[in-house]
Design a protein around this ligand. Structure first.
Ligand SMILES: Nc1nc2c(ncn2[C@@H]2O[C@H](COP(=O)(O)OP(=O)(O)OP(=O)(O)O)[C@@H](O)[C@H]2O)c(=O)[nH]1
Ligand SMILES: [Mg+2]
Length: 340
């Protein structure tokens, strides 16, 4: 017998969705059972990550994408991770204003998640929520997260397609984005194209992608790219051979006017098709699912081990502090307890 909330979510009841979201956020008793029951009804939504530097225009573009995608999907959801940014000074309010026109639309569900205090790990909270929206019938789940810090980048692992938003003149050129973020990009938007420096940013990105393709093609055969990196890149040159890999396209946009957004949606859709219809795309999907399961497992194992160990951790910490024990041996001894 399924939980009444579950059948309400499945029938598209947004109030039930809100209640399940709260249960998931706060890890209320029984939330796991809800997710378990929803799980068989998931797998249809396109999970679209939007990341990039603070203030690059992620929310503005998310709002634009929402408008376009809503036209072809009955339901669309947005998860905004930690919308409190010191850069826009906007906090949740800013995002609400930016996405205001969608707030009264019953086919749109917008949910914010705080980075701090996310119970059981940020990326797990976000993928749990994405599952709820998927079961609700969202054709697309947009996840906006700032691209700094490992936790935030991990969030994009839940996505099938990740858009990286870059803006010129934020000190936000290619140097600044290469740490980690390049790896997660399936599509680039050079936003604020109405400002000087956009062309240069596009060129820099394209050069960097070309270099990346070259070095990857040299070090390993295409089939292994999907496993080692986030995705394979097109081997350079060979015109006649089938080119199954994916090179992230770079699209100029003006978030505030919507310029370039149609083309951006096309690029994103093309990536979706690539993931769904090619062997390599399926590899990417499998390796992401694997990475996600490992991440969940880590959370779960850590949580249960720490709670089972309890007091001895503190006792051991005191011994380490008093130099009666070194921390390496201390860890080994604590782990020993599980072997017996
Ligand atoms: N000139 C110009 N301004 C833009 C463009 N896109 C967004 N903005 C402005 O840039 C500021 C930041 O936009 P947001 O969409 O809040 O950026 P964000 O990346 O979501 O910011 P955080 O979530 O705080 O990291 C806002 O004042 C927007 O109006 C654009 O294409 N051109
Ligand atoms: Mg934002």
């Amino acid at each position: 017998v399924s939980h009444p909330l579950v059948s309400r979510v499945l029938s598209g009841d947004t109030r039930a969705v809100a209640r399940v979201c709260r249960a998931v956020d706060d890890r209320l008793p029984g939330y796991r059972d809800l997710l378990r029951e929803l799980h068989p009804h998931t797998g249809r939504a396109w999970i679209l990550g939007v990341t990039g530097s603070p203030g690059a225009g992620k929310s503005t573009l998310t709002d634009q994408l929402l408008g376009h995608l809503r036209a072809s999907h009955e339901r669309v959801a947005v998860i905004a991770v930690d919308p409190t940014s010191p850069f826009s000074g906007g906090a949740v309010l800013g995002d609400r204003i930016r996405m205001q026109r969608h707030f009264e639309d019953p086919g749109v569900f917008i949910r914010s998640v705080a980075t701090r205090g996310a119970l059981g790990g940020l990326s797990r909270s976000v993928s749990d929520l994405a599952r709820v929206f998927d079961a609700w019938g969202a054709g697309v789940v947009l996840i906006e997260t700032v691209g700094v810090g490992q936790d935030e980048l991990d969030v994009t692992r839940a996505a099938h397609t990740t858009l990286v938003v870059v803006a010129p003149g934020l000190g936000d050129d290619v140097q600044a984005i290469k740490a980690g973020i390049l790896e997660v990009a399936d599509v680039f938007a050079v936003n604020k194209a109405d400002r000087p420096g956009a062309e240069a940013a596009v060129r820099d990105l394209e050069n960097m992608l070309a270099l990346g393709a070259l070095s990857l093609a040299q070090v390993s055969p295409p089939a292994s790219h999907a496993v080692s990196g986030r995705h394979a890149r097109r081997p350079g040159g060979g015109g006649a051979e089938p080119r199954e890999g994916w090179t992230p396209p770079v699209q100029k946009t003006v978030g505030t006017t919507g310029e370039g957004v149609v083309q951006l949606v096309e690029s994103l859709e093309a990536h979706r098709v690539w993931v769904e219809s090619t062997e390599m795309g399926q590899d990417v999907r499998r390796s992401r699912a694997h990475a996600q399961l490992v991440a969940m497992l880590k959370d779960a194992v850590t949580e249960s081990m720490l709670s089972r160990l309890g007091d001895p951790i503190r006792e051991m910490a005191d011994r380490v502090e008093a130099r009666q024990e070194d921390p390496y041996t201390a860890c080994e001894r604590l782990i020993e307890r599980f072997r017996t």
